[in-house]
Design a protein around this ligand. Sequence first.
Ligand code: 8YV
Length: 326
Amino acid sequence: MKKRILAYGRLNDEQLAQLGQDVEVQTFPGLASADDPAFRAALPHAHGLIGAGLAITPELLDAAPRLEAIATISVGYDNYPVEALTRRGILLCNTPDVLTETTADTGFLLIMAAARRALELADLVKRGDWNAGIGPEHFGSDVHGKTLGLIGFGRIGAAVARRGALGFGMRVLYSNASPKPELERELGAERREMDRLLAESDFVCVTVPLTPETEHLIGEREFALMKPSAIFVNIARGKVVNEAALIEALEMGRIRAAGLDVFEQEPLSPESPLPHMTNVVALPHIGSATHETRTAMAQRAVDNLILALKGERPIDLVNDVALRGG
Ligand code: 8YV
């Protein structure tokens, strides 16, 4: 008998057909919550899950005693209880690599848009307020030749740095748990303690994963260390930043602007002042959201899940201890 999987992520017909060769697929298009009654009813029979954005809790795992593998269509896995999965011998697979360049593009989009005040000035045109040549009150700041500080220097951080160093002649600083000598050679990047990076950078871009150690890594103290002209960009996770402290830093002019793709609460609450601030570019978590990249991520997740359910090593395994039986 074929194993059964529950697919709640966006998969195309070919991907569903590929899965269908090996497993029985039950789809839950647009599933918004794990409490959906049909999803709950299917969980006890599921060997695999594939999707993104659903908070998987140990309580949900209790309702899925046959579960062998989860393929998340995301690189981040902060909404998965990794230890609980490992204890139960459930493999967790993510989708690194295929979204690196697209997410770095989003980082640069935010750097450029915030520095050149693109949204604010496009709005001015839209309102019909472009009456004369743009003067200093609307000037932005240069990106090229400035100092770009990366907090986190993994795949995505390095891809943002590459754009800055090679495309825009920027000086690159990074703070990361381990040194990256190859990237230092390739990009002339220099490693700094985070405090020094914050003080020296014109653009501070956060690319660390959300973990208990990085939650609220950037708060009041860190914003105070930045230059008043600094532009802060977050393409990682909202909870890495104390959003109240960010709002205050922007309101008090402790930093000049922010480009944000992620927020402490998503979707962003309508009460949040952030999207209404002229010095904020706020995007609805579009880091990897292109046709090409989302298709590639879904494909990677499909390939991972099929391998995992066949008892083979998936391409991307977050908790490989589970494969060895704990
Ligand atoms: C995901 C992301 O696509 O991969 C990640 O970790 O942040 C996004 O690119 C998104 O989380 C899916 O819901």
